[in-house]
Design a protein around this ligand. Structure first.
Ligand SMILES: *[C@@H]1O[C@H](CO)[C@@H](O)[C@H](O)[C@H]1NC(C)=O
Ligand SMILES: *[C@@H]1O[C@H](CO)[C@@H](O)[C@H](O)[C@H]1NC(C)=O
Length: 346
């Protein structure tokens, strides 16, 4: 009897939480959630304040930062990347608290890496917790579209139990928090950043191709700015965390997992999870590839996954993807894999 009553109380409490709190994932105007960070007039707002252009030229890059820090949430931006020759250029959309915790900061990254003319942009994701910078958890991917033609949505869902990266609504990576990660999972409030900067030292083929300022300015356009998070200063953290964990973006349905596997099979270039050399054979505890299929793909293709560009490459890439995987294996170039461990300089 007492147990039943207690259960009722818990159920109605949970229902009350779910009903009371929901996460607003509608886009906000720039000045509602963000402020300029650096770069002076290289940050240009649209007249209505719905979009922002970040430019990189010889003098400086540019960036903006959220006015609030958030403890979990869903953060998204639609980004149109600069075209033509963009080797060395990095456009980043990320969460961090390095300003508050310089020695044990948390970070969740989307880093979009420019390339030479005719070569694809690459996307890198990464997660740090409590200053785990000596344990980079990089992954890199190709994109199934030309990211310089129109805006595409890059989003991070961060809950107490997982980080999920999305591209245009498709989950591309899920980092599930496991106890053995210890402090390596991001757990303190973070601000949201967007920046463009000179990553000549590492961004394109490990630093082989530098920024060529003859092609400057490089301009990335940000729009559809979503800050669906739990503002750290607002209190109500537990209630908001429940709302975040039960929101659509945080729930990995079988359909979403299938879409993620499809994306990864076609577009994953590098993952620390299957890198046998980087950390001397140590595999991070959250890495999960139960049937080993992803690892096999990775060792067959790895960073050498080859795309023969048409004008921009994407058409050709799509055609190659339609071929049976056996053919791809025969055409693979495992000898060029791996030049790893050198791609991220920090
Ligand atoms: C995070 O880092 C701080 C400072 O280095 C340390 O005191 C703390 O125990 C760490 N927390 C976790 C969960 O590892
Ligand atoms: C890497 O592992 C090998 C074999 O276990 C060991 O001999 C070597 O000292 C390790 N190197 C580092 C840098 O940990």
């Amino acid at each position: 009897m007492a147990t039943g009553a207690a259960l009722m109380v818990v159920l109605s409490w949970a229902a009350g939480l779910a009903a009371a709190a929901s996460v607003d994932t509608s886009p906000v105007p720039f000045q509602a959630g963000y402020m300029p960070l650096f770069g002076g007039d290289n940050l240009v707002r649209s007249p209505g304040g719905r979009s922002v252009r970040l430019k990189l030229d010889r003098r400086t890059g540019s960036g903006f930062v959220s006015k609030s820090a958030y403890h979990h949430g869903y953060f998204s931006a639609s980004i149109k990347l600069p075209d033509d020759h963009t080797a060395g250029v990095v456009v980043a959309f990320y969460l961090s608290n390095a300003d508050v915790f310089p020695r044990n900061h948390d970070e969740v990254d989307f880093e979009l890496l420019g390339n030479r003319r005719g070569h694809e942009w690459r996307v890198q994701t990464n997660v740090y917790g409590n200053g785990s910078t000596s344990r980079g958890r990089e992954e890199r991917y190709l994109l199934p579209f030309d990211p310089t033609l129109r805006p595409h949505a890059y989003a991070v869902a961060w809950t107490p139990t997982a980080v999920v990266f999305y591209v245009d609504g498709t989950p591309i990576r899920e980092v599930v928090r496991v106890p053995a990660m210890g402090g390596d999972f991001p757990s303190k409030p973070m601000s949201v950043y967007a920046t463009i900067w000179d990553g000549s030292a590492w961004a394109t083929e490990g630093g082989r191709y530098k920024v060529d300022y003859a092609h400057a300015p490089f301009a990335a356009d940000f729009s559809q700015l979503v800050l669906g998070g739990c503002p750290a200063a607002a209190g109500g953290g537990a209630r908001c965390a429940v709302a975040v964990m039960t929101a659509e973006f945080a729930v990995m349905t079988p359909a979403k997992r299938a879409a993620m596997r499809r994306f990864r099979r076609r577009h994953l270039l590098y993952t620390v999870c299957h890198d046998r050399y980087r950390y001397n054979g140590t595999v991070f505890p959250e890495c999960d590839d139960a049937d080993g299929s992803e690892r096999d793909d990775f060792h067959r293709w790895g960073e050498s996954k080859r795309v023969s560009p048409g004008r921009r490459g994407y058409k050709q890439q799509q055609q190659e993807e339609e071929e049976p995987r056996a053919d791809k294996a025969a055409a693979g170039r495992p000898s060029t894999w791996p030049t790893i461990g050198t791609l991220r300089a920090d």
